[in-house]
Every structure is written in structure tokens, then in C-alpha cells.
Design a protein around this ligand. Structure first.
Ligand code: AMP
Ligand code: MG
Length: 396
């Protein structure tokens, strides 16, 4: 059985960034940019009025000047401004060529067809000069950066209808188990509800993936094979249940029959020891143990890592936090415990973590407020309050 570190390494090495493709800017938020984005022209593209007011010549400061016309955003005033004149101008409009300043509407005195200008007018006031934000050809966003919502606005400003970015992988979910009824359906005796299907679908959505197609197969080799066949075109397939050594655990056999290459099966960790990771061509396949907490943890640690890698993102960080309360850790496998991390106000250890009690790998009720998993190394140890432990955030 391999270690949890080796398993994570293997996932990161096996998964590779997907090929970039053109994507509409608004659909590219959160994706990794695969090209440099250059300004297509100077910005502002003309001397732009930053105020609603009057475009004036400096020599007319303190005088009553004739209101000779108006220029609104989207139009152009070509005639210039003669001495003794001003042009009414609106925010975003290009300044007439002879305008030396824009005087805000609020500080002039308006008469019939004239405007009395203040005595002090600063050269260039309220005019954003052409090219003062950036120059044509300047690189504004670099390949490899993560596209933020402001970057989307920037890309659109430069006139791009699409941008080259690494797409998010597609991910399908196959739940297995003869004992499972779908939420909302009648519960035959001996059945429980399929909670992993919705939970894993929600985790995929939290990672920004498109909605996951889902299948459910009873504990039946042919049914699992069929679902895997149907999921063939997806980048990632996540199976829940049926991955251990029980008589009805058919996932390993189904994968073998389809010629998938098993990269590991079994990891020295608690929860989620029976996890399986395989590949079929470029498709990553995860067999997660069915116990809800195991499924959650294994998705969080391993499936998320594959999603990040395929999306071109760096690996999620491991942080340090101080334990709010002491605890005794037993057992010979590293343990991953659902916990809440909050700002501690302590600059040396800025997070304080509280372990949430969980009764078993099936229990997601006590820990469902968790925002992180705390990792405790293998071996018995008594931890005191304030002791530092490693943790990773749940979801991005
Ligand atoms: P398995 O990994 O198939 O042996 O399942 C381990 C435990 O998890 C069993 O008690 C199952 O009933 C339960 N389980 C499996 N799949 C699900 C699921 N989709 N939703 C809720 N519980 C499940
Ligand atoms: Mg099962």
C-alpha cells in the first residue's frame, strides 16, 4: 500500500493540463490564460472627459464664455473651441482638440447661452489623456495567469470575442450500490439514500466544473461496465462504492475488463484506504470508497488535485494552524479529520483549527460544517491546545 503523499504525487504526475482552446471571456473566469493579452490600441483611445461639465480653453478662466455646442459619449466634436467659447461635454466623451481642461458642471454659473467659468482652472483637469492607462501593443495579461472577473473586462475592452484558455475538465459520476435509493424515491427495506451522487456533483461544481453527468449502477459488473462505457468521452470519471474487497465490489473487475490501467489501489490513510486510481487513455478514473466521509475526503484530496492539474492550476496549498483544543491521536495510518479553521489573530499561527467530532467514515452529519481537513501523521501522539497541525481548505 502506498502513502498518501505518493498517491497525491501519482495523481499529479498522471493528470496533464488539457489543450487550450478559444473560450468567450465571460466563460473563462477562473481559467488559466494560455496566451499573452496585448492592448489592441491606446487606452483611453482618445482624450476622454472624466466629468459632466464644459470643455474650455485656459485663457478663458474667470470669464463668461459662449456655450457653442455639446458632445456626449459616443459622439465627436470636430470643430474645436474658439477663444471665448466652451462646449458642454459629458463623461466618457472625447474632448474637442482645443480643449485644455474640463470644468465640472457643478462649479460654473449658468446663464442664458453662456457659462461663467471659475478663476482657477488647472491645465488638463478632468481629462484622461489618450494612452495614459496603457499603450497599444502593451502586454496586460500574461499567459499562465488565472483569469479574474476584472481580467474578463480587460479582455473584452481589447475587443476579444474569445480568448485562448485551458478549459476545465469534464467529470462524470457513477454511484454504485444495490442498497441505494435516490433522494425523493421510496425507500425499500434495507435501503439507504444515495447521498454521494449529489455530494460529489456539488464538489465538482465548487471546483467550477460544468454540471456532471451521473449514472447509478447496482452491484452488477455489466451495469458498471456499461456506465463506464457511456462515460468514455469525459476527462474524469469518479465512481463511488464497490472498490474494496467485498463480494459485491465490482469496480476493479469492471476497470480491468475495459483495459483501464490501475495506477494505485489502496492508500495508507484514514479515511479512504480502499481508493483506486486508474487511467484509460487520457481519462482519469477514481474509484472512491462508498462511505460518505471517505468519498468526500478522497474527492477533496485526489480528484481536486487532478482537476487543478488538468486545468493548468498549481497544487492546492497546505497551511498550518493551531489546534483550538488538544486531542489524542491513535492508529497507524495518517488521519484526515474534518475541521473548521478560523482566523486566530495570532500572526505566527494565523489560523485556529477546531476538529469536528465524527463517529465513523459514514458520518458526514457532525462534520458537515467543516471548511478544511486537518492532517495528523501516523502514530500515537497527544496534542495540546495551540499545537501546530497541517490543514487544507475544502473547495477552492
Ligand atoms: P462500499 O464502498 O460500496 O462498500 O460502501 C461502503 C458504505 O458506504 C456502505 O455502507 C454503503 O451503503 C455506503 N455507500 C455507498 N455508496 C453510497 C452512496 N452513494 N451514498 C451513501 N452511502 C453510500
Ligand atoms: Mg457498495
Amino acid at each position: 500500500m502506498i502513502s498518501a503523499e505518493e498517491a497525491l504525487e501519482l495523481v499529479s504526475h498522471t493528470a496533464a493540463p488539457l489543450a487550450p482552446r478559444p473560450i468567450a471571456p465571460e466563460d473563462a473566469c477562473g481559467l488559466v490564460l494560455a496566451e499573452d493579452i496585448l492592448a489592441d490600441r491606446d487606452y483611453p483611445p482618445f482624450d476622454r472627459s472624466m466629468m459632466d461639465g464644459f470643455a474650455v480653453r485656459l485663457a478663458d478662466a474667470g470669464r463668461a464664455v459662449e456655450l457653442a455646442g455639446e458632445v456626449a459619449a459616443g459622439s465627436v466634436w470636430n470643430a474645436g473651441i474658439l477663444p471665448g467659447q466652451c462646449i458642454e461635454i459629458l463623461t466618457g466623451a472625447p474632448c474637442p482638440s482645443s480643449a485644455e481642461a474640463v470644468v465640472p458642471k457643478e462649479i460654473v454659473e449658468r446663464r442664458e447661452n453662456a457659462v461663467v467659468l471659475p478663476a482657477a482652472i488647472r491645465a488638463g483637469q478632468n481629462i484622461a489623456r489618450m494612452g495614459s492607462d496603457c499603450r497599444a501593443g502593451q502586454c496586460i495579461l500574461e499567459a499562465g495567469s488565472v483569469i479574474s472577473s476584472m481580467a474578463v473586462g480587460t479582455i473584452a475592452t481589447f475587443g476579444r470575442a474569445t480568448v485562448l484558455a485551458i478549459p476545465r475538465p469534464t467529470l462524470g459520476i457513477i454511484t454504485t450500490g444495490a442498497e441505494l435509493a435516490q433522494p425523493g424515491e421510496p425507500l425499500p427495506p434495507g435501503h439507504i439514500r444515495n447521498s454521494n451522487g449529489p455530494m460529489l456533483a456539488a464538489m465538482a461544481r465548487e471546483l467550477g466544473l460544468p454540471p456532471s453527468p451521473r449514472w447509478h449502477a447496482a452491484d452488477d459488473l455489466a451495469a458498471i461496465e456499461r456506465a463506464l462505457e457511456e462515460a468514455n468521452g469525459l476527462d474524469i470519471v469518479v465512481l463511488s462504492g464497490g472498490v474494496s474487497v467485498g463480494a459485491y465490489d465490482f469496480v476493479p473487475a469492471a476497470l480491468a475488463r475495459l483495459g483501464a490501467e490501475v495506477i494505485f489501489h489502496g492508500v495508507n490513510q484514514k479515511p479512504g484506504k480502499p481508493i483506486l486510481f486508474a487511467r484509460r487513455g487520457g481519462q482519469m478514473i477514481f474509484g472512491l470508497p462508498g462511505n460518505p466521509l471517505s468519498s468526500h475526503f478522497c474527492f477533496q484530496r485526489y480528484v481536486s488535485a487532478a482537476v487543478r492539474r488538468m486545468s493548468g492550476l498549481s497544487a492546492a496549498g497546505v497551511l498550518q494552524g493551531g489546534l483550538k483544543e488538544g486531542l489524542e491521536s491513535k492508529g497507524f495510518r495518517p488521519r484526515y479529520l474534518p475541521a473548521t479553521a478560523e482566523a486566530s489573530g495570532n500572526s505566527e499561527l494565523p489560523w485556529e483549527v477546531s476538529i469536528l467530532p465524527e463517529r465513523s467514515s459514514a458520518d458526514i452529519f457532525q462534520p458537515c460544517r467543516a471548511n478544511c481537513y486537518v492532517e495528523l501523521p501516523a502514530g500515537p501522539r497527544v496534542y495540546g491546545a495551540g499545537d501546530a497541525v497541517s490543514f487544507t481548505w475544502i473547495s477552492p
